[in-house]
Design a protein around this ligand. Structure first.
Ligand code: HEM
Length: 493
């Protein structure tokens, strides 16, 4: 009896292992990525093929599969696995009850100070604004001093640096980055709408509880700016289920709060819809490298096709009905600016560094801009169009792994090497279609941006978040900004 049962069991096990050994290598990889990237815990005994899989999960697996085959795929997989915490857009765990105890007060402090930051109508009186700024900063500083145990926070950040993602999971790390970035911008402006008095500040010492973690976080993401960036303040400002996490205009009328959220959502959604584009870009590059022109054509067409819904996310949201012009400049844009210097040792400050009294150079950092959005940098690189941002600005504001991915796509851009006939001619035409869609976006963006920036904001000086203080009057400032946009349009060929 035992022999017979044993025989049955052994035969079943034998056929199981034979089937496993005979299965293509790809299946193994899919399995391992599913456990790494998609599920919280490895599920070695459930066959992923038997479970319903989202489109994104499939794309993530395929990107991981391609990682061994091409450096663009390897760098994209690395970006997703590490900075994305296994997902794209990057996953941020904003439920602070799941954070390590030492970090939770940051989120609680956000909740406490957020309602004190905005006001519906800004005062034009410097004295009134000075009092608001001082009160807000004092309150935030006091809460940080009272509730944060900086030594414990540093221990956690050091653990993450040492790769201890078990004690400080990457999705928590991402949400913490967003939370500290929010607190820093709140401290920097101290009242929303942003007012002239704060704009004129040249340097501002930040509380230690905000500067110490920032050093670690920025080092981790490979960035040098004192300001937040598109990733820290916008893309990471959503929960895994897509809820907007950290608000600027808590308690103000709906016209303002919905405009703020709709604006942030464009940046998040661009990355949601960006994943299939990155997948198609990497697939096209890989197919080209293998001499598979037909495959390359299919993937280039996918990039072009996917741009339509993606850019619609911008066209459908960036207009007055969704993002009220009357709210955006005063209540949304200012928060994302920075425009402050950091004192550095003499000689360290390159470029615009001015020598401050005491022989120190001051380097001015700008804040966020759409020009930091990964998608547009990838598309430009794929098409062989030179980067929009200078190396210095890239290093300050675009995370290192995003930069590395873009540089690899740029290195492998094949557009200039394509022939004009046959399948290569067809690929060329598809890339031409991408150029056409990008030109359309840049043309629309130019006029929409102007409409938003031309709104009255008497409480402040002309400024964009990405370029800080501008010329004295708005007309001259708009002309100056238009030059960047016209210049980029001319390069988009
Ligand atoms: C009302 C909202 C917006 C305004 C007023 C605005 C304004 C500007 C301005 C003035 C520039 C040129 C100066 C600079 O580089 O910073 C710029 C560049 C740029 N913006 Fe925006 N922006 C807005 C929203 C967006 C959104 C939602 C996106 C994309 C999701 C975006 C993507 C870009 C890109 C990619 C650039 C770099 C130039 C280019 O590639 O064409 N912007 N924006």
């Amino acid at each position: 009896m035992f022999d017979f049962v044993g025989f049955i069991i052994l035969s079943a096990l034998g056929s199981f292992f034979t089937a496993l050994a005979a299965s293509p290598k790809r299946q193994w990889k899919l399995w391992s990525l599913a456990s790494k990237a998609v599920y919280a815990k490895p599920q070695f005994f459930s066959a992923p093929e038997a479970e319903p899989q989202s489109e994104d999960a499939k794309l993530l697996k395929e990107i991981n599969n391609m990682a061994d085959c091409h450096e663009t795929a390897a760098l994209l997989a690395d970006l997703i696995r590490k900075d994305g915490a296994g997902c794209w857009p990057p996953r941020a765990e904003h439920d602070h009850t799941a954070w390590p105890a030492a970090l939770r007060p940051y989120r609680e402090i956000y909740e406490e100070v957020a309602p004190l930051l905005p006001t519906e109508h800004a005062s034009l009186d410097d004295e009134v604004n000075k009092a608001r700024i001082t009160n807000f900063r004092s309150r935030l500083q006091q809460l940080l001093r009272e509730r944060i145990d900086l030594a414990q926070v540093e221990e956690l950040l050091q653990a993450a640096d040492a790769g201890r993602w078990d004690v400080f999971p990457r999705d928590t790390y991402n949400a913490f980055y967003a939370c500290v970035a929010w607190c820093r911008h709140a401290y920097r402006w101290a009242t929303i709408p942003v007012v002239r008095l704060a704009q004129l500040e040249k340097t501002l010492p930040l509380p230690q509880e905000l500067s110490l973690p920032w050093g670690y976080l920025q080092h981790h993401f490979g960035l040098s700016s004192e300001s937040g960036n598109n990733t820290s303040n916008l893309v990471l400002n959503f929960t895994p289920t897509g809820t907007y996490a950290l608000q600027i205009n808590t308690g103000l009328p709906q016209r303002i709060t919905t405009s703020e959220e709709a604006f942030a959502r464009v940046f998040h959604e661009v990355e949601v819809l960006g994943l299939p584009v990155y997948h198609a870009v990497v697939s096209a590059v890989l197919a080209h490298a293998r001499g598979d022109v037909l495959g390359c054509l299919v993937h280039a067409r996918r990039v072009a096709d996917q741009l339509r819904p993606l850019l619609s996310s911008y066209y459908d949201r960036v207009h007055d009905a969704r993002i009220a012009r009357s709210a955006w400049l005063s209540h949304v844009q200012g928060f994302y600016a920075w425009g402050l210097g950091l004192k550095e040792e003499e000689g360290d400050g390159e470029g615009e560094g001015q020598v401050a009294p005491g022989g120190k150079a001051v380097v001015k950092f700008d804040g966020l801009s759409g020009n930091q959005v990964l998608l547009f940098q990838v598309l430009d690189a794929f098409l062989g169009i030179e980067p929009y941002l200078s190396e210095e600005n890239l290093n300050r504001n675009v995370p290192e792994k995003q930069r590395a991915f873009c540089r690899a796509v740029e290195r492998h851009s094949f557009r200039s090497r394509l022939g004009h006939d046959g399948v290569e001619g067809q690929i060329r035409a598809e890339l031409g279609e991408i150029v056409k869609r990008l030109r359309l976006f840049r043309t629309a963006h130019r006029s929409r941006a102007k409409a938003y920036l031309s709104q009255p904001a008497p409480e402040r000086l002309p400024m964009t978040a990405g370029k800080s203080l501008l010329k004295e009057d708005m007309d001259q400032s708009l002309e100056y900004l238009d030059e960047f946009m016209v210049g980029r349009l001319a390069q988009t060929v």
